[in-house]
Design a protein around this ligand. Sequence first.
Ligand SMILES: Nc1ncnc2c1ncn2[C@@H]1O[C@H](COP(=O)(O)OP(=O)(O)OP(=O)(O)O)[C@@H](O)[C@H]1O
Ligand SMILES: [Mg+2]
Length: 253
Amino acid sequence: MEQLKKRMEVKNITKTFFGKKGYFTAIKEVSLDVYDGEFLVILGPGRCGKTVLLNIMSGLEEQTAGSIFYNGKEWKGLNPEIGMVFQKLALMPFKTVIENVELGLKFGGMEKEKRREIARYYIELVGLKGFEDYYPKQLSGGMQQRVGIARAYAVNPKLLIMDEPFGKLDAQTRYQMQEDLLKIWEKERRTVIFVTNNIEEACYLGDRIILLSDCPAKVKEVYPIDLPRPRDMVSKEFLDLRTIISDNTDLSI
Ligand SMILES: Nc1ncnc2c1ncn2[C@@H]1O[C@H](COP(=O)(O)OP(=O)(O)OP(=O)(O)O)[C@@H](O)[C@H]1O
Ligand SMILES: [Mg+2]
């Protein structure tokens, strides 16, 4: 059998904050692996520490204890090979769709013509062709999420981390976005870490699901999902899996 390459190893990560009320541990001794090319879902209840964990994995925040290994080597600080779709999207309001998407490339010093070409490619890939010159406020929530995804893909990250990207969308748009995201993932074959608190979404998207406990977040269980794609959300296998995970979940998420 083909040996899967580990892109990232998270080893015994703990994060403790010190605030007005004293020490507060958000995540506790979390260990997990991320394999090359996989669609990994991290599933956990609200406020369990998902964003804190992602920020540590991408190097935006420092852990209190434990280590991150990237391609087999210990990694500290910001990792330029990681792209993020943030929970709070933070699109630039006075920049158009195409200007938002090419921003990272501009910072990287790429010449205008080249970065426009790349931005156009990803805008089309996320289904926003024709909206290049719109401003974020002229777009729906789902369209803004698409801009965030295009922006993250445009910088060509080896690993893409998405923090509850569809959390605020209505059910219909959410299903559409899930399908479109899988199409992009199948085409681009980038390693994706997708965070959600929605069990159905996790079962629909993931090659594996890492289930976190309530705060402080610990790894409760790892579920490999071998259901064929595209998955049928009302098939018996799908509903059985959803029930198994639901029964093992700390809160009614
Ligand atoms: N900089 C900080 N200082 C103190 N406490 C923090 C800090 N950042 C996060 N926390 C706390 O850590 C806990 C986990 O926060 P986190 O944002 O990771 O949750 P989450 O799982 O992403 O939640 P949600 O599903 O609502 O996005 C929360 O109780 C939060 O208040
Ligand atoms: Mg969060």
